[in-house]
Design a protein around this ligand. Structure first.
Ligand SMILES: [Zn+2]
Length: 219
């Protein structure tokens, strides 16, 4: 039996072997290594509960790791990941896991911040913008058709049409959040702030929406 390699967060990213070829055995090895690593840290207080500082809503894209980007520790971020970092409409008669996650974070955990983070090269926004054929994935097609408004993500004439569309899409999700009763209450009471972020996967740069100018600028 060989000893598992030491746990180094994100170390697989530098591997010469593609992720698909490293496969599940690599994930198992690293999970085993994490258990050894965790033994050297005091994680026991986490069992008492959670008090995260933010709800982080982002895309399910595998190239985005919120806790790595923000160097967050366990307990800091409450995450919601959906295809295209979409916030669905609040419809009590049609409950969804996404809406329930948002409501729980705000109404039960009382997070003081909600971040919606879009990203460059987003397949979901790109598919909605370019009307990609999604007949092989009918659920994806319906999800995008119901939640991503074409008028919001239609490509403009600028030099970075997909970036612009994705950033407009982030702002549309912030507007959708404002229709949630729990969020509206806390915004009115000054107990919650909403943030629009945009992550550039090719550089690692994070940009934040500036309500005053409407632009996204590097953090
Ligand atoms: Zn995406």
């Amino acid at each position: 039996m060989t000893a598992s390699p030491p746990y180094v967060p994100g170390s697989a990213a530098t591997s010469a072997v593609p992720a698909r070829r490293r496969g599940i055995s690599s994930l198992r090895e690293r999970a085993q290594a994490f258990h050894h690593y965790a033994g050297s840290r005091d994680l026991a207080p986490l069992a008492a509960g959670q008090d995260p500082c933010a709800l982080f809503i982002t895309c399910a894209d595998s190239r985005i790791i919120p806790t790595m980007i923000t160097a967050a520790s366990p307990g800091e971020l409450f995450e919601l990941r959906t295809a295209g970092n979409v916030v669905p409409p609040y419809r009590l008669e049609h409950p969804s896991g996404e809406a329930a996650t948002i409501e729980y974070a705000v109404a039960v955990l009382g997070v003081p911040h909600v971040i919606v983070c879009g990203h460059s090269h987003c397949g979901a926004v790109s598919a909605a913008t370019r009307r990609t054929d999604l007949s092989a994935a009918p659920m994806v097609a319906r999800w995008l058709a119901q939640t991503i408004r074409e008028t919001t993500v239609s490509c403009g004439a600028g030099p970075r049409p997909l970036v612009d569309a994705t950033q407009r899409h982030v702002l549309a999700q912030l507007e959708m959040l404002r229709t949630y009763p729990a969020i509206r209450d806390r915004l009115d009471g000054g107990r919650l702030r909403l943030h629009g972020w945009f992550y550039e996967i090719e550089t690692g740069a994070m940009h934040a929406h500036q309500p005053g100018t409407g632009h996204f600028l590097p953090l």
